[in-house]
Structure formats: C-alpha cells, structure tokens
Write a protein that binds this ligand. Structure first.
Ligand code: M7G
Length: 189
C-alpha cells in the first residue's frame, strides 16, 4: 500500500571536482515515485550539513535536468536564500527538508507547473537553498511561489529571499546578480 507522489522526482548529487567539468560532476542518485521512496532515500544519505564543501543536492521533476540549459530552465530563475553561517546548524538541514517535502507534496498549488526543482549548495562562503521556477518574467506567479517558500521554510523577516534570473547568473562577470524580486519587499516610501 504505497503512497504515490503526484509526479516523479529525481535526486541528483554533485561533488565539486576541479579536474572535471561541472556537468561531469553531476550524478543522478534516484528516481522517487512514492513517499516511501523519499524517506527510504532521505534516511540513507548524508544530510546537506554532512556533505563536503562544494557539494550540491538537486531535487527536480523527472524530465527536467537540474541545469540552466534545460528547456524548462532556460527562461527561468531561482528564489534564493543564503543560510547565515551562525544559523547553519539550526537552519540548513531543516530548510532543505522542508523545501523537498513541499515539492513532492505539491504544496505549491495552482503554480506547481512553474516549479522545476530545488537546490542546496554547500559552500564555505554561505550555504544556499534555492527553488527553481520555469519563467523568470512571470512576476505574479513567482511572488506567489516566493511567499509559499517563505512560509514552508518558516523564514523570519530577517531572512531575505531574492529572485535571480538564470541568464543573469550564467553570464555574470561578478559574483553579484541583481535580483529581479525581493521578499520581504523593500519598504516603500
Ligand atoms: P554554483 O554551484 O551555482 O555556485 O555555480 P557557486 O558559485 O556558489 O559554487 C558554480 C559554477 O558551476 C558556475 O559558475 C558554473 O561554472 C557551474 N554551473 C552551475 N550551474 C547551476 C550550472 C548549470 O546549470 N549549467 C552549467 N553549464 N554550469 C553550471
């Protein structure tokens, strides 16, 4: 008596390795069809906080590769939150788990077709948790998604969420990408 997910999801893992190309480092771990598949996998892999620096997990809808170049991502972007170093122990694994559960539980109702997947980047300079959406110019939908993400991750007002267009990130010359959207919104005056 298994509990089938609304759609299939694929977990990918990337272990940073300067000797190889980014794409060569990206490996498919498992396809998830049921709730039981999800917990069976989750309980048997390292939590994000246990990975070495430069590693990533990606949870994407089956059929969408977790890269900017995929047709579903090419016009898209991401809601990004950077986990403060001092909050790592308390926030990193929780945020990543809550985001994965929101995805497989299709908690982004009405806008689920716009959700491509989620990413956690384990980085010494600050871990990142992000949600990738299909259309970077669809502000209304993306704001709805951003609010849901803030809610699912129980983000406080001091934790900011920024929406970046993948095209801007992939062609960046500096490490700073100007966000298209911000939550909480900048105070208006
Ligand atoms: P990152 O891992 O997203 O963040 O990107 P980081 O800067 O905090 O490590 C690091 C590098 O990985 C990028 O500059 C790209 O060279 C490569 N990379 C990351 N992503 C998500 C992609 C992608 O989708 N496609 C390609 N071709 N390269 C990527």
């Amino acid at each position: 008596n298994k509990h089938y997910l609304h759609s299939k999801w694929v977990l990918w893992f990337l272990k940073g390795d300067r000797q190889r190309s980014w794409e060569e480092c990206l490996k498919k771990v498992a396809v998830l069809e049921t709730v039981e598949d999800f917990w069976g996998l989750y309980n048997n892999i390292q939590p994000a906080s246990g990975l070495t620096w430069g590693s990533d997990y990606y949870l994407f809808r089956e059929g969408i590769k977790p890269m900017w170049e995929d047709p579903s991502n090419i016009k898209g972007g991401r809601w990004l939150t950077i986990i403060e170093r001092t909050k790592r122990a308390e926030r990193l694994d929780v945020c990543w788990l809550e985001l994965m559960m929101a995805l497989i539980g299709e908690q982004f109702t009405q806008v689920e077709d716009d959700i491509c997947g989620a990413v956690v980047n384990v980085r010494q300079k600050g871990d990142k948790v992000a949600l990738w959406t299909r259309d970077g110019t669809n502000d209304d939908t993306n704001i709805t998604i951003g609010h849901t993400m803030r809610d699912k991750l129980s983000m406080s007002d001091s934790e900011s969420l920024r929406y970046e267009i993948h095209k801007d990130a992939s062609t960046r010359t500096s490490s700073i990408v100007k966000p298209r959207l911000l939550l909480p919104d900048k105070p208006k005056r």
